[in-house]
Write a protein that binds this ligand. Sequence first.
Ligand SMILES: Nc1ncnc2c1ncn2[C@@H]1O[C@H](COP(=O)(O)OP(=O)(O)O)[C@@H](O)[C@H]1O
Ligand SMILES: [Mg+2]
Length: 272
Amino acid sequence: MSSLLKIENLHVNVGETEILKGVNLEMKQGETHALMGPNGSGKSTLAYTLVGHPKYEITQGTVSIDGTDLADLDPSERARLGLFLAFQYPVTIPGVKVADFLRHAMTNVRNPDRKEGEELMPMREFRTELRETMKELNIDAEFARRYLNDGFSGGEKKRMEILQLALLKPRFAILDETDSGLDSDAVRVVSEGLAKLSGEHMGTLIITHHERLLEYNIPQYTHVMLAGRIVETGDAALAHELHEQGYAGVRERHPEEAAEEEAARHEEATTV
Ligand SMILES: Nc1ncnc2c1ncn2[C@@H]1O[C@H](COP(=O)(O)OP(=O)(O)O)[C@@H](O)[C@H]1O
Ligand SMILES: [Mg+2]
């Protein structure tokens, strides 16, 4: 049976401010969805809420995987249920090597009953799998000995992301790719890597405007977010249209949300 990620009437606050105002979205394992929308419309907020970032408070609605409500689960429990988020700004962890990090993450995801401090997956098994996966993805073996994200280029950060996806094999991957700051090498790494990895076992939500990413990974569904709601859902043609024409048309078709967006922008400008 293919798994289902279900977001129903999701309202999320950051502090006092309501950012998501009733988001509905369903994604099955094996599907590719694109999430687009102007800056500040709430795309990253949705991604952070899905993985359980403590700053994002669900005030109404639910997020579930196969009927299991995610609200009470911490991020590592969510990972065990098969959820993966590639962070827009990955953290640097001094003193932790790529390989150590991956061995911990793989152990956590594969052995749900493991308690903190208990054995990691066997080194031999881990090494073999790591070596084979890196070879398949054309990642240099030396990469595993680097310190995590320390001095990584954009492309290297994306290699790390793709390597994690390949090893953790999540049922649902959410990739929040800012459209600023991704150089062309990084876009290529993530585009090709994702295309290689996606298949019937993985549902992928790609947050981006990058034409290239969406050309390599053609979405079955494109969702457009405006002022904290998904106002339109279409197919790959919609992604293409937005890329060509921007959001003026979307705002015209949804004047109420466009007005809310304008009001929020004004508020932000006057409180800064
Ligand atoms: N951690 C946060 N603290 C304060 N405001 C936030 C935070 N996260 C998001 N916001 C606000 O929520 C709105 C949506 O932001 P975001 O989800 O980052 O949009 P997008 O990813 O679509 O550009 C913006 O107005 C932003 O200022
Ligand atoms: Mg964002």
